[in-house]
Write a protein that binds this ligand. Structure first.
Ligand code: SF4
Length: 462
């Protein structure tokens, strides 16, 4: 698919737009994807329709990400290009939403004066009001409020549109913000303090999704397993929320991301073991295999504590899929400390990992520490990726002969002759079968293992 930059370069000669259309460019995490769906629904409630391309759209929203430097650079670069469109058609509306809007609103205004509004992460439900304001008033506006107090009973969560589009799998935010303040992370600044969404609202949204055909939900939160701490109606432990969701007819699979290791209690492990609708997969961010680096990152656990959780998970749920996040080249990370991460990866045998080169974020503590040279960071990431990839391939190859329960999503985008879905353990599975299976749960016996997952044969049902 063409990137927005290419679209603009190719079509610059035709800068007019179709009235009452919108285009949303999204960067970043699942929470942002989810926010973009909410933005789309709210624009549609005003009578706007999706545009075929950015160039055709009257309202252009950039839903931005600040977790790393690159997506911010891309957003500023696109904003630069949009200046020309705005000059040609001042009736266009350009809004910047999400984490970069929250953290760098002043800079956006300075570098991109053609932007009509910035909308932070606290109240994306204000998008329709900001668009209408831009259309009528033609004056810059912003909405950047975030709840400030830690540990307070906070009911200040965005109201959500529940008229969501039908989908087999859906993300459902259950918690906003974060109270952990890892020294490398900008999220507590961009998304504010941790607050949980009222339980009844979550259940109502999932009931409506299920009635509309959703079979799998993934619960989203920055530290999702600390859900429920500051609820006005009283504490609802995360494990209890899982059990309550499991009672909803039509929902077959429940996933969640990402839990934080220190809050990973036994009741959650029990729920994964005992609740048939909770999938046997945990994405548990380790970040570093060295205790001193973890301390410097202000992660609140040690490698030993992580080891204990992984041990208890594997003991309770044999075959559980465990994936992780890892950062290399954190400020001050020595070669030996990096080797400790390699040793941890070798020991824990993760099924997969998101692996990152440390990227300094202005406004975080770690950004002010002496940095590991970028060439060194790159060397380390290459070594880490090679090791983890070899482990992933080995694990997938050793799964040959195992039958996996797969929720069939549709033809594989890379190989349309095959159907694709994910196993309970979150392994990607490819197999040959009729399209009538889409939306159903089938058994597939793995015949070959790859870096991306396994290919297999459909096991006939009796
Ligand atoms: S737990 Fe740490 S890395 Fe995760 S969102 Fe919170 S501050 Fe960021």
């Amino acid at each position: 698919m063409a990137t927005p930059r290419t679209v603009l370069q190719l079509e610059r000669k035709a800068p007019s737009f179709r009235p009452s259309t919108y285009f949303i460019q999204t960067w970043g995490c699942q929470m942002n994807e989810e926010d973009s769906e909410q933005l789309a629904l709210s624009l549609e409630s005003l009578g706007f329709q999706p545009a075929a391309s950015l160039l055709e759209a009257q309202v252009i929203l950039l839903n931005t990400c600040s977790v790393r430097r690159k997506p911010e650079e891309k957003a500023f670069s696109l904003l630069g290009e949009l200046a020309e469109l705005k000059r040609a058609n001042p009736e266009r509306v350009i809004g910047v939403c999400g984490c970069m809007a929250q953290a760098r609103a002043d800079e956006i205004r300075r570098r991109a004066p053609h932007v009509d509004f910035v909308l932070g992460t606290g109240h994306i439900d204000e998008a329709p009001a900001l668009v209408e304001h831009a259309l009528q008033e033609r004056r810059f506006a912003s909405s950047l409020d975030l709840p400030e107090r830690k540990g307070a009973i906070v009911t200040d969560v965005p109201s959500r549109r529940l008229d969501r589009k039908p989908k087999l799998k859906a993300f459902v935010p259950i918690q906003y913000g974060c109270d952990k303040f890892c020294t490398f992370c900008i999220v507590p600044t961009t998304r504010g303090r941790e607050r949980s969404r009222p339980t009844r609202d979550i259940l109502e949204e999932i009931r409506r999704l299920a009635a509309n055909g959703t079979r799998e939900v993934t619960l989203l939160g920055q530290t999702v397993n600390s859900y429920g701490k500051n609820l006005q109606e009283g504490r609802v432990p995360f494990s209890e929320l899982l059990w309550r969701i499991a009672e909803i007819d039509g929902i077959q699979r429940i996933r969640f991301t990402s839990p934080y290791p220190t809050d990973f209690r036994q009741d959650l492990i029990d729920a994964i073991r005992d609740c048939p609708k909770v999938m046997e997969h945990v994405h548990l961010p380790l970040q570093s295999g060295d205790d001193e680096v973890l301390r410097s990152m202000r992660r609140l656990y040690t490698v030993d504590r992580f080891r204990e959780i992984v041990g208890r998970l594997r003991e309770a749920v044999p075959g559980i899929g465990i994936t992780t996040d890892l950062i290399v080249g954190f400020p001050g990370e020595t070669e030996e400390q990096f080797r400790n991460t390699l040793r941890a990866v070798e020991e824990f045998q993760f099924d997969g990992a998101f692996m990152f080169v440390y990227s300094p974020r202005p406004g975080t503590k770690a950004a002010d520490l002496p940095q590991v040279p970028i060439q060194e960071r790159r060397r380390r990431i290459r070594e880490l990726v090679a090791l983890q990839n070899a482990i992933s391939v080995r694990k997938n190859q050793s799964a040959v002969g195992t039958a996996f329960e797969v929720l069939v999503e549709g033809p594989s985008p890379k190989n349309p002759d095959r159907l694709q879905g994910f196993s309970r353990e979150n392994k990607m599975v490819h197999f040959v079968g009729p399209e009538s299976l889409v939306g159903q749960t089938v058994l597939v016996r793995a015949t070959s293992g790859h870096l991306w997952g396994v290919a297999g044969d459909l096991v006939p049902s009796h």
